[in-house]
Ligand binder design. Sequence first.
Ligand code: FES
Ligand code: FES
Length: 180
Amino acid sequence: MPKHTQIPAATAAPPSASSAPPIRLPTALPITVNGKPYFHEGDPAMPLLWFLRDSLRLTGSKYGCDNGQCGACSVLLDGKAVRACSLPMSAIANKSVTTIEGIEAATLHPVQQAWIEADAIQCGYCQSGQIIAAIDLLKRKPRPGEEDIASIGNLCRCGSHPQIRRAIARAAELLQGDKK
Ligand code: FES
Ligand code: FES
């Protein structure tokens, strides 16, 4: 039986008090991922990236350096970009995570559209993390300068940083309503 099971929130409350001794439940950390409620019932020290990839099978967030450096594992935590490889499950209880799978909608997100226009993708391994970081940046800085864009710090082993920088600038235009 998997250790990390989606449980409808309505069933999460413990049974009502009775004369029976309380049952000791394993630690169950509530977390919302892409709008859906889950409980993590395993090791609270488990990295968020493992929970996403191994338990939920959301494999868009990638495993790269495993030490918070490359950004391939980036996800949004309550709307802010974080490195999922370096965050234990205990640090995200009651918080909301959005992965690249949660960004997709009926139409492309403007940042994804800009990525296509700028031809920013080579092997693709870093790209979900790059897009997550760009969404975070553009929320904080709708009109980012070159320094803001350079500050993201996500790495690309294919060397597509120039195209990624162009994509972020184009995404800013699209989000401002410039469709040309
Ligand atoms: S795998 Fe998380 S920052 Fe590199
Ligand atoms: S596109 Fe290959 S690592 Fe970035």
